[in-house]
Design a protein around this ligand. Sequence first.
Ligand code: ADP
Ligand code: MG
Length: 281
Amino acid sequence: MTTTREQSSSSSPDRPDPHKASGPPGSLGIELSGVTREFRLRRRQSVRALDGVDLSVGEGEFVALLGPSGCGKSTVLRMVAGLDEPTEGRVLVEGRRPAELIAEHRLGVAFQEHALLPWSSVRNNVALPFRVAGRPVDGARVDALLDLVGLKDFVNARPRQLSGGMRQRVAIARALALDPDVLLLDEPFGALDAVTRRRMNFELARIWAEQRITTLLVTHDVDEAVLLADRIVVMTGRPGRVRHIQTVDLPRPRGHEVTREPAFHDLVDRLTAMLDEGSDA
Ligand code: ADP
Ligand code: MG
């Protein structure tokens, strides 16, 4: 299998960031080097889920991790979230071990199973991270986030009273509650129908444009990756390796118009073909 790489020269050269001081490139984002993960199944049997993965996300950059089902995308994200450890290689976030950042509540995580508290209101679900961290709830921050995700009229609703898309927005607001340095999203819109999913993509693009938070999004949806990402890391089937790194040069903000651009479709077609090839291998 051929491996082609287009490293972008810089993650975000002209992007002012109101929240963070700029530091040396690479030190503030996410860095995986030579990451291999083997899962032991039985005594002498193991499965190699990831093999020698090098991947970086610059500060303030949005990177999508794209690959066929079972290629190790969630495993990558779990390692960045400090929920799993590589068998070989190294995972650093802001130059430190993920567990340290988790302990400081600097990572915001929203997975597909977003586990909202069913008996709690939308507002209390978004405020939960403050309670977990033992910090006083910043009500103004919670309200601002509910506004940001378009749920300010639903603050007292319970999760079951919301649509799937709304629940997912609650999960994203909650992931942002403590103003994390890094946002990790694992197929956050996986359970949604195509139309709602596309609408949520635009919402996330808008939220990201306001916050410019370092983001790693796992998806198997090519359109979603192209719409949202600065760069797309395409993985091979298991064992997951980095097959290609694609810089997405489409201008921002990317709204509905972008999905009608030939450049958008060219990129989607090329990446889709790459994924199809990979699944035949
Ligand atoms: P993806 O998110 O790309 O669909 P995953 O990261 O969930 O893929 O899984 C990658 C591979 O690792 C799969 O073959 C899966 O079965 C295996 N795997 C993941 N977690 C475990 C585990 N805890 N024990 C054994 N195998 C696992
Ligand atoms: Mg997964």
